[in-house]
Write a protein that binds this ligand. Structure first.
Ligand code: ZN
Length: 88
């Protein structure tokens, strides 16, 4: 059962995924993990992108929540919430 992706076959592919998501360059990852740059590149495009999309969506959702919260608080200043923003 040959895997054509040496990154997926790597003993610690998650570390490589995290490095990719974290913006580490392909060359550095390849050198640090002992895989070829081409393999990292391909893995990044074929296997990581879906995961990255999911992570980004989650991050955006979190940012959206924060933004919505801030927006909800601002116009209500003093509109019947005695504790205001301080309570956190
Ligand atoms: Zn892969």
């Amino acid at each position: 059962m040959a895997r054509d992706c040496t990154v997926c076959a790597h003993p610690d592919p998650e570390a490589i995924d995290q490095a990719l998501v974290g913006g580490v360059s392909l060359r550095d990852i390849a050198r640090q993990r002992g895989v070829s740059k081409d393999a990292v590149n391909r893995h990044n495009k074929v296997h990581v992108s879906a995961a990255v999309v999911a992570i980004r969506a989650e991050q955006e959702r979190e940012h959206g929540l924060h933004a919505a919260r801030a927006g909800a608080w601002a116009p209500r200043r003093g509109a019947g919430h005695p504790r205001g923003v301080e309570g956190g």
